[in-house]
Design a protein around this ligand. Structure first.
Ligand SMILES: [Zn+2]
Length: 132
């Protein structure tokens, strides 16, 4: 058997497929602008680009963190047009969770107390609505 054929068989072995199924079932799909996955040609690289770019984060990202992460919902629900976030993995009791530590409206260069709400973006939405 050639090396290539052997590799191909190993990739399709029942064990390999079982691992894929277990991974798939224990992790919801990540629908997040900061999640990066590269599976091209046998690569299996995944990364959270939000945590990677957050200087205060000290705990390494794991795929499991995404399952309870508040960020995908925040980025969907916020009224802010250019929400910029920093986050870190924090340990609480026995769990590690992603916590947003800093949020800024990039359009109005304003710190936001609540990443869901930029008061200036709210005014703009309001004037757009009134001009219709
Ligand atoms: Zn704003």
């Amino acid at each position: 058997m050639s090396a290539i054929a052997y590799k191909r068989n190993a990739a399709n072995s029942p064990n390999r497929r079982l691992c894929d199924i277990v991974n798939f079932m224990s992790n919801k799909p990540v629908n997040c602008r900061y999640f990066y996955g590269d599976y091209h040609r046998g690569n299996n690289k995944e990364e959270c680009r939000l945590l990677a770019a957050s200087p205060s984060n000290e705990r390494p990202w794991r795929r499991g963190h995404c399952n309870s992460c508040p960020v995908p919902e925040l980025t969907r629900e916020t009224n802010c047009r250019d929400l910029l976030l920093e986050a870190q993995v924090q340990k609480r009791f026995l769990n590690e969770r992603v916590v947003v530590t800093f949020s800024v409206c990039g359009k109005h260069l304003m710190d936001l107390d609540d990443p869901l709400h930029c008061p200036e973006c709210a005014k703009e939405w309001e004037s757009i609505r009134n001009s219709l």
